[in-house]
Design a protein around this ligand. Structure first.
Ligand SMILES: *[C@@H]1O[C@H](CO)[C@@H](O)[C@H](O)[C@H]1NC(C)=O
Ligand SMILES: *[C@@H]1O[C@H](CO)[C@@H](O)[C@H](O)[C@H]1NC(C)=O
Ligand SMILES: *[C@@H]1O[C@H](CO)[C@@H](O)[C@H](O)[C@H]1NC(C)=O
Ligand SMILES: *[C@@H]1O[C@H](CO)[C@@H](O)[C@H](O)[C@H]1NC(C)=O
Length: 625
């Protein structure tokens, strides 16, 4: 492993020296980097960008924007062409929802669809988020599919054409192509996991059914293939990918397979067999995944210029291909280092143009408008819950008690239940802007309630949801987008093990950080099937804490009798208020408690108010700058 310590660090820390990104973005910080493991066939991978195409304005490690990524891809293409190797770009969906750049416009996506389409992507597919609403899947159909015509794959996804009403594939099922420089023959598929929460204008076919279909079975019997490329909005360690892997291997036991994954928002890398690997590249424009495969047979018409093994050693045939991965922190420091370029030589005109498109969109949407200033950082998973730095403690102890009040029911004590998944991102000390409201709580959920629920029942709900039958709660990651996902974490299987072994709340980080951590900035320290050298930037580890499924606030309870040690007296009944998104689970938990509450007993609470708006109002009243 080569660790390159940056020689250009001094120049890079001069304020203003690296400003391409967004004008208000934090400049990147220099850090020791691992080089990109270039090979014969190389990939750049994005996934689950969720509208964060302006980058992270408050986090230096992730401050590059989509325009910078366009420059980066162009520069790496130039390098690939010079070396006679190939570079392909992949995106595995969930491009929308979760950031003001997408959510704040009317209609949603007015700017991001165009911005995203500026990047040249070779293989792309849909996520689940593109399919929650008719309007968002129609955006795919009318804008994104045409932007990436021939490259957008929908192996198990159909849409009802809005004009004809006819069911048809959202995009083509698969594609076969030969790479430009090496002549590698690639057969590519684009899948979505067995998602069921889509609006009824699309149809997601179960992967296990799709692979039985004739077109798929025929495609995988093609002998003129040097690599199978399976991309999916599917996480790596799932039944869906296992079934596809098995189906391909039943027909072709030794053709290499490269998978690209998404959905669970983590960095992860999995080995399926000695010639089949998969990469998942995080979330929110934090990570650009880099992947290389070397030792592929090139059955296509390779460019003769590169067929001389001495001139292009990558071409030399090997028995076993080698696979190699790198998770790039998406910032200009990394981009400059990996391209051997600097602030002057790195950006392309196209990349700069897209950065200005983003800046104008942010301006038009007034995303930098400030509601108030956070007095400190509030973390989703980087602080224990409860604690003063926990965003969930803040919501439970400050925001909800101040904000949740229905005028006609003001004298009723109430229990408010909120899913922690409703809060999606951290709050950083400093300006809390329009943009922050969308990153913290992009959901359009309002509140509903059941009036006069016996306290003896209501008081047991939280425990039911969090401890006794958490299986009532939807299976974690496939649960729409309100799943609590650790901000930054190791690979899934590891985290899960730790989550489920830990009976109490425990930090999920490394026990003994290396001695030199003092010089390193905190960030991703990923462990995957190839070890712990995958991250490009060498960081000090961050501790992560598990949070429960749901939290509750008790509001307007009667004061306790003086001699009682409790804070308040038990009321006879309460209004049971909850975020509307979890209504079905609340009703299930109530059934579990032996009651027969049903939808007819529920009603809107605080008509016209959404969680996002309540949080913004609270910030405006309480956090002065
Ligand atoms: C979708 O659901 C709506 C109402 O929920 C129904 O009217 C419509 O027929 C359904 N469409 C399809 C294609 O199933
Ligand atoms: C979504 O599209 C389907 C199929 O065209 C239609 O039946 C349904 O009513 C639409 N739903 C909404 C909310 O417009
Ligand atoms: C960037 O690199 C070019 C070419 O190597 C050099 O001429 C220029 O001075 C460098 N600029 C900065 C800001 O370091
Ligand atoms: C960049 O934008 C300028 C000004 O709008 C335009 O003239 C130019 O063609 C654009 N270049 C690229 C590569 O997009």
């Amino acid at each position: 492993m080569i660790i390159r310590y940056p020689y250009g660090a001094l120049a890079l820390t001069i304020p203003g020296a690296v400003l391409a990104a967004q004008p208000s973005a934090a400049p990147p910080i220099s850090a020791p980097l691992r080089e990109l493991p270039w090979g014969q066939l190389n990939f750049l991978h994005t996934t689950d960008t969720h509208g964060w195409h302006a980058g992270h304005l408050q986090e230096p490690s992730f401050s590059a924007d989509w325009g910078d990524y366009i420059s980066f891809a162009t520069r790496l293409h130039e390098k690939a062409d010079e070396e006679g190797v190939d570079l392909l770009l992949v995106d595995t969906g969930d491009r929308i929802e979760g950031n003001g750049l997408y959510d704040a416009s009317e209609p949603k996506g007015k700017y991001t669809l165009k911005i995203f389409g500026e990047q040249g992507i070779d293989v792309i597919c849909s996520g689940n988020h593109e399919l929650y609403k008719n309007t968002s899947s129609e955006d795919e159909y009318y804008e994104t599919v045409p932007s990436f015509r021939g490259n957008y794959l929908a192996s198990n996804l159909d849409i009802f054409d809005p004009k004809t009403g006819k069911q048809q594939p959202l995009a083509q099922r698969f594609k076969k192509f030969t790479t430009k420089n090496q002549g590698i023959r690639v057969l590519a598929f684009g899948f979505l996991f067995n998602f069921r929460g889509n609006s009824n204008n699309t149809i997601v076919q179960r992967v296990q059914e799709t692979i039985k279909e004739k077109w798929f079975q025929q495609a995988i019997r093609d002998r003129e293939i040097d690599l199978f490329l399976v991309i999916g909005h599917v996480s790596l360690r799932t039944q869906e990918f296992a079934s596809i892997f098995k189906a391909i291997r039943e027909q072709q036991w030794d053709v290499p397979i490269q998978f690209f994954a998404g959905h669970t928002h983590i960095r992860d890398y999995a080995k399926y067999d000695s010639k089949a690997y998969g990469l998942e590249s995080g979330r929110y424009m934090e990570t650009i995944g880099f992947m290389s495969v070397t030792g592929l047979y090139t059955g296509g018409k390779s460019n003769p210029k590169y067929m001389d093994a001495a001139a292009a050693p990558h071409v030399a045939r090997m028995d076993l291909p080698t696979f190699s991965r790198r998770y790039i922190d998406s910032n200009l420091f990394s981009f400059h280092q990996h391209t051997d370029l600097n602030a002057t030589t790195f950006p392309t005109e196209h990349g700069r143009n897209v950065s200005s498109m983003i800046a104008s969109a942010r301006e038009a949407l007034k995303l930098d408008k400030t509601y108030g200033c956070a007095p400190r950082d509030y973390w989703t998973n980087r602080a224990p819950y409860p604690s003063k730095n926990s965003i969930f403690s803040w919501l439970q102890d400050e925001v909800l008690p101040d904000m949740v009040l229905e005028v006609g029911r003001a004298d009723k004590p109430r229990i408010v239940l909120a899913n922690t998944g409703a809060i999606r991102f951290d709050i950083f000390k400093g300006p809390f802007t329009v943009d922050t409201t969308y990153t913290v709580s992009p959901f359009t959920s309002g509140l509903r309630y059941i009036r006069d629920v016996p306290f003896s029942v209501a008081k047991r709900l939280l425990q039911i949801i969090n401890q006794e039958v958490p299986q009532l709660w939807p299976a974690s990651q496939s649960f729409a987008f309100k799943t609590p996902v650790p901000s930054i974490q190791a690979s899934t299987h590891q985290v899960d093990e730790q989550l489920f072994l830990a009976s109490e709340q425990m930090p999920l980080g490394k026990e003994h950080p290396p001695d030199h951590v003092a010089e390193l900035t905190p960030g991703y320290t990923t462990t995957d099937d190839a070890g712990s050298d995958g991250d490009d930037t060498i960081h000090a580890p961050i501790k992560f804490y598990r949070v429960p499924n749901a939290l509750e606030s008790r509001i307007g309870f009667p004061p306790a009798a003086r001699e009682d040690s409790k804070e308040y007296a038990d009321p006879v009944s309460v209004d049971l208020v909850y975020v509307d998104f979890i209504e079905n689970y609340i009703l299930l938990a109530l059934k579990f408690l032996g009651t027969d509450y049903a939808e007819r007993d529920t009603d809107v609470y605080m008509e016209g108010k959404e969680m996002t708006g309540l949080i913004a109002e609270w910030v405006q009243e309480h956090w002065k700058c």
